[in-house]
Design a protein around this ligand. Structure first.
Ligand code: ADP
Ligand code: TRP
Length: 355
């Protein structure tokens, strides 16, 4: 029997190179050897209140991007989270075994709560106290929604309801995965059953990738405004790369590489050939580097990856019939397995029908 793989991406906008290397490219490889289910996490997207008028088209965008990137509905199950209502029911049941405290200590919760409350990041400890005070306080125009708090429960359910063993995600999701394992262990031991496997992250190399942004610091992310999108047209993409932050240029041989330049080299390592990267590392070391040339090369190499994806995306995006067919079949498959697990959980917890 093949191992089961589950992963999803929230429908909060177009996918970027970070999503591609952190998640999508792994999905495409894994579908060859595993029993894969890939979905669009539209319920998770609700935690940050997307505009209802664009949520559905965001879901459609990501579906088209999944397909354009090479996820094959003949090999993997592709579905939309909200098409599997069993997930919402198990979410309620599992929440009975999840602590408010452990959810409040999750890094992503603190981060998003801070944003919703308008707290600027400063001293972590002060921030934490501030967050707690403001959450239970009575200032009625500031509120952190409970869905955000229970985000990890919902994610655990996505994984556990399919009894997945492997979950390909980027580094930023590792804490959520750790909670998923904890919830699985807790449920199994509370009821003395062996229902849920404990899932692990999956990487083809030995470490989770973190794709940097073009602004010189941190990771590429939708909310950071530093992204290269898979569907950026050629002109936009070149412009973004040419404007990427660098430094003044090395002034002495062999000086340490600055963060913004290292970021561009990291992007090159993902998209260019080894000799190209080697060439620019050497050029930095002997001070002959020309950032203009380097960026031109980088844009060229990124385009080699994104252009075919973009072309396929444009073909698929407006093919409603095809997209509907893919998600309908996907939902049927995902629901069949989810219903089976939900039935088992209800039995275990003592929720039984009289009729
Ligand atoms: P964003 O951070 O842009 O909102 P998501 O949180 O929706 O993206 O992430 C979807 C998937 O892509 C996750 O598996 C996440 O780990 C991965 N991912 C997102 N950004 C990056 C990045 N810069 N590097 C590596 N993986 C990433
Ligand atoms: N939390 C993930 C993210 O922000 C998305 C997600 C939801 C997910 N449910 C999942 C990822 C289940 C893997 C498995 O990227």
């Amino acid at each position: 029997m093949k191992e089961v793989v589950v992963s999803g991406i929230r429908s909060t906008g177009n996918l970027h190179l970070g999503n591609y290397y952190g998640a999508l490219s792994k999905f495409v490889k894994m579908q060859e050897d595993y029993d894969c289910l890939f979905f669009i996490a539209d319920l998770h997207a609700l935690t940050t209140h997307p505009d209802p008028r664009i949520l559905h088209s965001n879901v459609q965008d990501i579906l088209a991007e999944y397909l354009a990137s090479g996820i094959d509905p003949e090999k993997a199950t592709i579905f939309v989270q909200s098409d599997v209502p069993e997930v919402s029911e198990l979410y309620l049941l599992l929440n009975m075994h999840v602590g408010i405290g452990e959810l409040m200590r999750t890094a992503s919760f603190k981060d998003k709560a801070r944003k919703q409350l308008g707290i600027k990041t400063g001293n972590e400890k002060d921030d934490d106290e501030d967050i707690e005070r403001q959450i239970i306080g009575t200032n009625s125009n500031k509120r952190v929604n409970a869905g955000l708090l229970t985000y990890p429960t919902l994610m655990a359910v996505d994984i556990l309801i399919q009894k997945a063993q492997k979950v390909p995600v980027g580094k930023d999701q590792e804490q959520h995965l750790e909670l998923t394992r904890r919830f699985a262990r807790r449920f199994n031991s509370f009821y003395g059953v062996d229902l849920f496997p404990e899932p692990t992250n999956f990487n083809f190399g030995d470490h989770a990738v973190k794709v940097p942004g073009l602004d010189g610091s941190g990771k590429m992310g939708k909310s950071e405004g530093n992204c290269i999108y898979l569907v950026d047209d050629e002109k936009t993409l070149r412009k973004k790369v040419m404007r990427a932050v660098t430094d003044q240029g090395p002034t002495e041989p062999n000086q340490p590489i600055s963060q913004p330049v290292e970021n561009l080299l990291t992007l090159m390592e993902l998209t260019s050939t080894a000799d190209v990267v080697e060439h620019y590392r050497k050029a930095y070391a002997d001070c002959s580097i020309r950032y203009g040339d380097m960026k031109k090369q980088l844009a060229e190499d990124i385009l080699k990856i994104t252009t075919p994806i973009r072309e396929r995306y444009l073909e698929i995006r407006n093919n409603d019939v095809y997209i509907s067919k893919v998600v309908k079949e996907g939902a049927e498959r995902a629901r069949e397995r989810a219903a089976k697990t939900l039935h088992e959980v209800r039995e275990i917890m003592g929720i039984r029908k009289f009729y």
